[in-house]
Design a protein around this ligand. Structure first.
Ligand SMILES: [Cu+2]
Length: 65
């Protein structure tokens, strides 16, 4: 399980963009994005560096929780 916080996730649009980026980077994992807690949880096979890079490329800065 990878857990990130994304402090600049501020609305549903951010959450959906971040979710798409994370899912594209970890297609076989289960990705959950929670706007209220600004968290991204990824269960299953996922490359942390690839997910971080994808979220950054989408314009957000993830922090490993
Ligand atoms: Cu937003």
């Amino acid at each position: 399980m990878l857990i990130f916080t994304v402090p600049d996730m501020s609305c549903g649009h951010c959450a959906s963009t971040i979710g798409k980026a994370a899912r594209a980077a970890a297609p076989s994992a289960e990705v959950k994005v929670d706007l209220a807690s600004k968290r991204v949880e990824i269960a299953g096979e996922a490359d942390q560096a690839a997910v971080v890079a994808a979220i950054r490329a989408a314009g957000y800065e993830p922090a490993v929780a």
